[in-house]
Design a protein around this ligand. Structure first.
Ligand SMILES: Cc1cc2nc3c(=O)[nH]c(=O)nc-3n(C[C@H](O)[C@H](O)[C@H](O)COP(=O)(O)OP(=O)(O)OC[C@H]3O[C@@H](n4cnc5c(N)ncnc54)[C@H](O)[C@@H]3O)c2cc1C
Length: 398
């Protein structure tokens, strides 16, 4: 599957910072993690920290799946509002999911600190009305979030203009949010885990999996065999080629990054997104660019997605300039990627009854990075025989 095309900011900025070998012989391990994006990397970190014997393999060069295309906003706010999610799974469960995502941001900050990873910045998150009809919706959402114990403020038009320099009728300002660099974080987590015994192979595809009574055998195109007791499947959107349960709806999503700005336009300490469907989002980078993303549409083929990069880039530039009419957005990089949504915007984590000995870490959606933290925690607990509270929220049979 072609997951991303164009010039993702993070990949262009950092290139290939580390090399990993290919698998060139058969090998045995307790746990094999398939997928070396952020989900596989954070799970590998949690498992090696717990003293479990793991190897990780990826068909591509490490990080070159969806992770290198990520814009790396960290939000507890799901693609489905707390109001809508409450209608689907009940208020208490929806509030739990929101709070668990909020905790995951703090957890990731602690992990980043522990491994001396510097591309992590705490930020607020502003969810603003794209038109005045959405103000009552935001008011209601604000009340529900407040009741869930989340630290939020309701901003009126005047406050948004004063603080952020653009016009919006209303907004919810959340104290909890952050930005990172998912691609570099993936490498940093793997480098740290390698020191604790993790073995990583990239450019090593798993083309066949045999599920045995006491474990699994995984076969590569060169007929090397990985024998493992357990497997973690962190293959991202390519899972749709592996299991036939329809758990994710794919879309194409688009991003542009500006040239470096001489003066700040968007508040550096806030990530912003709006109530449009699909939503538009914006953040600043470490080197003072603005990233703008959105304009999603249903995915039909990589060819169609990529043909649209030029048009979508122009539309995103126009979207930004409509919000900040005094600033010209000079696009330097643009890219597209596959994105996915589940029926409730929650990830799929844990066991699936058709594939024994296999734990899934599938953080689909706009919170893919925070979901990967939750997945790593749940999977580590499952492997240790510990029950995780709330794991059923993300289970396959929910
Ligand atoms: C443009 C864009 C912007 C985004 N912005 C954000 C954001 O701001 N915040 C956020 O939280 N999330 C964001 N996301 C989502 C987030 O980036 C993803 O959820 C996350 O990167 C997925 O990581 P992953 O490890 O699950 O998947 P991937 O990074 O795709 O990794 C899966 C890996 O599995 C490997 N693999 C698959 N099949 C096999 C096989 N058979 N054998 C061996 N290896 C295999 C692949 O090669 C791949 O490298 C964004 C996504 C896109 C595309």
């Amino acid at each position: 599957m072609n997951l991303t095309t164009g010039y993702p900011y993070s990949l262009i900025t950092h290139g290939l910072p580390y090399q990993y070998p290919k698998l060139d012989k058969s090998i045995e391990t307790d746990i094999v993690i398939v997928g070396g994006g952020i989900s596989g990397a954070i799970t590998a970190y949690y498992l090696t920290e717990a003293g479990l014997n793991c190897i990780l393999v990826d068909a591509r060069t490490i990080g070159l799946g969806s992770t290198c295309a990520s814009t790396s906003l960290l939000q507890y706010e799901l693609d489905t509002s707390l109001y809508d999610l409450s209608k689907q799974i009940g208020y208490e469960n929806a509030a739990l999911a929101y709070r668990q995502c909020a905790d995951a941001i703090d957890t990731l900050q602690d992990v980043a600190k522990k491994i001396n990873f510097s591309f992590f910045e705490k930020k607020s998150s502003l969810y603003f009305a794209s038109n005045k009809h959405d103000t009552p919706l935001l008011k209601n959402e604000y009340t529900l979030r407040k009741r869930a114990g989340l630290n939020v403020d309701f901003l009126e038009k005047k406050e948004i203009q004063q603080k952020y320099g653009f016009d919006a009728d209303a907004g919810i300002l959340s104290e909890k949010g952050a930005s990172t660099d998912a691609y570099m974080l993936t490498h940093a987590l793997l480098q740290s885990s390698i020191k604790k015994g993790l073995i990583v192979f990239d450019r090593t595809e798993i083309k066949k999996i045999k599920y045995g009574k006491n474990g699994l055998t995984l076969l590569t195109p060169k007929n090397h065999i990985i024998s493992a007791r357990k497997m973690v499947n962190a293959t991202g959107y390519e899972i749709t080629e592996m299991i036939h349960k329809r758990i994710v709806k794919l879309s194409s999503t688009y991003v542009i990054a500006s040239e470096q700005l001489q003066r700040p336009v968007l508040d550096k300490n806030t990530i912003c997104w709006n109530t449009s469907i699909p939503y538009l989002y914006m953040r600043t980078t470490y080197d003072n660019r603005i990233i703008v993303g959105g304009r999603d549409e249903p995915y039909t083929s990589a060819i169609r997605r990529d043909k649209l990069i030029k048009t979508k880039s122009k539309l995103l530039k126009r979207d930004f300039e409509k919000i900040f009419p005094e600033t010209e957005f000079n696009t330097e990089l643009s890219w597209a990627g596959i994105f996915g949504s589940t029926k409730d915007s929650l990830p799929y984590i844990g066991l699936y009854d058709k594939t024994p000995h296999t734990y899934y870490a599938l953080g689909f959606g706009g919170n893919g990075i925070t979901f990967s933290v939750i997945a790593a925690q749940i999977i580590r607990a499952m492997l240790q025989g510990i029950r995780s509270p709330n794991a059923e929220l993300y289970a396959f049979d929910r």
